[in-house]
Write a protein that binds this ligand. Structure first.
Ligand code: NI
Length: 191
């Protein structure tokens, strides 16, 4: 056995299942933008990145990481609110999900910096969810995105990487390689 990999799992399948069932109901009828696929696929990808990271890197609270990964878009994109998540999953998870939620009362160009500032006030588990979210979102962009939007999205990913990379060398390296590969979607005279 690799001596770097001997640490016990500190999250439970039951915690994952509970959050996943909650998210599946909350996001029911939503699809991945630009596709017919159910939205929860995105949540599967994000939590899969977290699970891969947790098998290599020790965090204080694995369940916090896993549940926030699964629930991270519920406040932003569904009828669910902070109080409901707090009642079901506890205050730490609810605060984590809230930090991962954009503040739509701010002008659009201020939202990312604000969100990163709030995430950085949370434990590293929450930073990891944001890294995993952007890793998962740096797949082929929806066909209707403009070059300008694609370039902006890549620049935002670099901002996320710079702000949060210290939380997880594993996820930071994954994100760095996704950012590099995302250049393929940008016409070469634009970068
Ligand atoms: Ni997301």
């Amino acid at each position: 056995m690799n001596q770097n990999q001997i640490h016990s799992q500190n999250w439970s399948q039951e915690s994952y299942i509970k959050a996943y069932q909650f998210a599946a109901i909350a996001h029911q009828d939503q699809t991945i933008p630009g596709s017919e696929l159910p939205y929860i696929i995105h949540l599967s990808f994000v939590s899969m990145e977290l699970i891969a990271a947790l098998s290599l890197e020790k965090v204080t609270d694995g369940n916090l990481a896993i549940q926030c990964a699964v629930l991270h878009d519920t406040i932003e994109d569904t009828d669910t609110n902070f109080e409901k998540i707090k009642a079901e999953f506890g205050e730490a998870v609810a605060k984590g999900v809230l930090a991962l939620t954009k503040d739509n009362s701010l002008a659009k160009h201020l939202q990312m910096a604000d969100s990163l500032r709030r995430i950085k006030q949370q434990p590293p588990e929450i930073w990891m969810v944001k890294l995993a979210d952007r890793i998962s979102n740096l797949q082929a962009p929806p066909h209707y995105w403009s070059q300008e939007k694609i370039i902006k999205y890549r620049e935002e990913a670099i901002e996320i990487y710079e702000a949060l990379k210290d939380a997880s060398p594993f996820l930071a390296a994954r994100l760095a390689s996704k950012i590099e590969n995302y250049k393929a979607y940008i016409q070469s005279d634009d970068i």
